[in-house]
Design a protein around this ligand. Structure first.
Ligand code: ACO
Length: 401
């Protein structure tokens, strides 16, 4: 029998920080954000400069290695990524087990986890070369897996990676339903796709990256750590917002309906939020949203697309930025607000939007995982809690309940 009086009454002293709004979980040299000033740097380089001058694969190298590559370093990195694009043929067995109409994010989560079963046994996490190779494999294979998931979901046969194409174009070639040969992608469309990947490549300790680090902190392998990151990304409060934005814009339908959408978003009882608005860290304009908005106009203009959803989006942004509710709470459009309109213009189906985000974010996830592996201060992630349950009590049998 336990003497309740002798049990400690206090749980000790913890920081109670739901949602980790003011808690740094690690030290990192990868990405810097100043949310008040709207600044985003990858390894010290402003996102605006990388968006204008770099390419996604170069940014992936930068995130992983800390420095921009020389020409030789870049071509060797590109060569390696290109030569790890194939999936093991047995992968099809996993893929064909999914329901035919499964969401591509559900399949992607499972498929990435299953990569561990192919590469786990020969993975020595103590060996830096093997860790690097695992990171390369993830960056190289995720577009192939993502495209296969999509093609399976529409009943089309899988396409193999065409290694004479560059990273983003290769992915489009594998995914598209009826790809032209060679793939007809205007330089502007190719740039837009690459730009979106650059902007989504990393964003310090967001929910999915923190998930990758938390799983990684247990010593789990990088494939399952990244699969966990994909799962975290899928939620509509995080990467799933890009799909949710497009659905919301379609529901709003016309600029005249913007007023009622704003009113609904302000009404807490409605349970509706303006998707693509607000950010935990940015209390000023999300710098990525500024770049994407400009690109949206360029892409639609060049492709001669007159998408009424763009008008709805612009009206929504204009109305929200003037509204006291959004101004007071510093709610600005985030990276996902306009990205879906570009993806739509490029012919990417809505259910693939978050998958696109996952492909790009893999560069960030593996960089954080690599950094964590050599961090002398890294420990297993183990948050505490404030217990709010019943005090200790004695078990009673069914007859006494
Ligand atoms: N629409 C309406 N009201 C909002 C919105 C929104 N999009 N976002 C926040 N608010 C309100 C909240 O209701 C809250 O109001 P209150 O102070 O009266 O209670 C206040 O603004 C603060 O919101 P929190 O939820 O506390 O902010 P938090 O930092 O926890 O959440 C988040 C950030 C999840 C991004 C939130 O703004 C949101 O849900 N946005 C919509 C989803 C979205 O676009 N997610 C993508 C984020 S970017 C990314 O992950 C890539």
């Amino acid at each position: 029998c336990i003497d309740i009086a002798k049990l400690p009454k206090e749980t000790g002293c913890f920081t109670y920080d739901p949602g980790f709004g003011a808690t740094a979980s690690c030290k990192s040299a990868i990405t810097y954000i100043d949310g008040d000033a709207g600044v985003l740097l990858y390894r010290g380089y402003p996102i605006e400069q990388l968006a204008e001058k770099s390419s996604f694969l170069e940014v992936a190298y930068l995130l992983m290695h800390g420095e921009l590559p020389t020409k030789e370093q870049f071509s060797s990195f590109e060569h390696e990524v290109t030569h790890h694009t194939m999936m093991h043929e047995a992968f099809r067995t996993f893929l064909y087990g999914f329901r035919h109409d499964a969401h591509p994010m559900a399949m992607l989560t499972g498929m990435l986890g299953s990569l561990a079963s192919f590469y786990h046994n020969d993975l020595d996490l103590e060996d830096p070369e093997q860790r690097r190779l695992a990171a390369i494999r993830l960056i190289a294979k995720i577009p192939t897996i993502a495209a296969a998931c999509y093609r399976y979901s529409i009943g089309w046969p899988i396409r193999y990676p065409k290694n004479n194409l560059e990273y983003t174009t290769r992915f489009l070639h594998m995914m598209k339903e009826v790809p032209s040969e060679p793939l007809e992608l205007s330089p502007m469309a190719a740039k837009a796709m690459d730009l979106l990947f650059i902007l989504h490549a990393d964003h310090e300790q967001n929910a999915s990256t923190s998930t990758v680090r938390l799983v990684g902190s247990t010593g789990a392998n990088p494939y399952v750590s990244v699969a966990a990151g994909v799962a975290a990304l899928w939620g509509p409060a995080h990467g799933g917002a890009n799909e949710a934005v497009l659905k919301m814009l379609e529901e709003i339908g016309r600029p005249e309906n913007v007023g009622s959408a704003i009113a609904k978003a302000k009404d807490k009882e409605s349970g509706f939020r303006l998707m693509g608005f607000g950010h935990r860290v940015y209390k000023n304009f999300d710098p990525r949203a500024k770049i994407i908005r400009e690109m949206t106009h360029k892409v639609l203009g060049e492709l001669g697309i007159n998408d009424p959803l763009l008008e709805v989006a612009m009206k929504l942004e204009e109305a929200a930025l003037k509204d006291e509710y959004f101004v007071q709470r510093k709610l600005y459009p985030n990276v996902d607000f306009y990205s879906g309109i570009i993806y739509k213009a490029l012919g990417i189906p809505t259910e693939m939007f978050t998958v696109m985000f996952a492909i790009a974010r893999t560069a960030g996830w593996v960089s954080h995982w690599l950094e964590q592996q050599t961090d002398p201060e890294a420990r297993i992630g183990r948050p505490r809690q404030i217990y709010t349950g019943s005090p200790v009590r004695d078990y009673v049998g069914f007859d006494q309940r």
